[in-house]
Design a binder for this molecule. Structure first.
Ligand SMILES: O=C(O)C(=O)Cc1ccccc1
Length: 287
């Protein structure tokens, strides 16, 4: 599949050297990678057909889900996950070489998840420095490189330091060593991308809306659908349905192929419980 996939067009949260760009290159080393400024723009590009795939961040080990991605997939788009990418994330403090001797900054810019991942470091080292959210770590690095006259810093990866000619003032400023992010590779058609490095474990992501009769124990019933079939869940999370306070849907990752007989049985039982199920498909993990 990789050989064919390499000829494809792929939208990603850019610009070049963002963590999403690095994830996209793992799956599509020779693909035509097209940067966008926001996650919805990336997803819309694949939904409209101007690209074949979109690579977007889904979940971070320190910060949890990226709500924009989850909600857009639930409410706005009818797309499938063809692969997930797991990347380890190392954050560094980046400055323009002209400002390499600065001891304080006017402001520090980065993606909100990156700022949150470095919370303790920023709190203890740059307590009074304003933290400014930016569309991505690489966008922040690019902006810092274009404004040497402003004494500002960015948080981002080593590749964006090289790409945009910045100095790494402080390495590895993320608060917890285990900092991984999960990215989805989305497509309009339901298929699986594979390559020699993918791991053998297949996963299916489901979005489950419970019946709206406020019945007690409905989450227990949903979980038991999977439990007695020995279908292992690697994640379950609730997100607001946006129809009223207390209305939720559940996003569940099941360690099985949706075509398995047990999964087909699970879909039937969920329907019998009055649940609506939107499947994002089954896929492998690229590491
Ligand atoms: O900002 C980036 O570079 C991204 O690709 C989003 C992101 C931000 C922080 C951790 C992982 C991905």
């Amino acid at each position: 599949m990789t050989g064919q996939a390499d000829k494809k067009r792929i939208s990603y949260l850019g610009p070049e050297a963002s963590f999403t760009h690095l994830a996209a290159k793992k799956v599509f080393p020779e693909g035509a990678l097209v940067p966008f400024t926001t996650i919805p723009e990336c997803i819309e590009a694949v939904a409209e057909g101007s690209v074949d795939y979109a690579v977007v961040p889904l979940e971070n080990a320190l910060e949890g889900s990226v709500p924009l991605t989850v909600d857009y997939l639930f409410h706005e788009a009818q797309l499938y996950v063809t692969a997930e990418v797991l990347s380890s994330i190392e954050q560094h403090l980046l400055v323009h070489p002209d400002n390499r001797n600065a001891e304080s900054f006017e402001a520090i810019y980065s993606h909100p998840h990156a700022l949150a991942q470095c919370h303790k470091y920023l709190f203890y080292t740059y307590k009074n420095t304003p933290l400014e959210q930016y569309s991505s770590t690489a966008a922040a690095a690019k902006m810092v490189s274009e404004l040497p006259e402003r004494n500002i810093a960015a948080i981002g990866n080593e590749f964006s330091a090289h790409k945009y000619g910045l100095d790494i003032l402080q390495r590895d400023i993320h608060d917890f060593h285990f900092n991984h992010t999960r990215f989805f590779v989305l497509s309009k058609s339901d298929h699986k991308l594979t390559d020699p490095t993918h791991d053998d474990q297949i996963k299916t992501t489901l979005m489950i809306t419970p019946p709206d009769d406020d019945r007690s124990g409905v989450l227990h019933q949903i979980l038991s659908v999977f439990a007695w079939r020995r279908l292992n869940l690697s994640k379950i999370e609730s997100r607001p349905l946006k129809t009223g306070l207390g209305d939720y849907f559940f996003i569940a990752d099941v360690l099985a192929d949706e075509k398995d007989a047990m999964m087909r049985g699970a879909f039937e039982e969920l329907a019998a419980l009055g649940c609506t199920v939107k499947t994002l498909g089954s896929y492998y993990t690229y590491k």
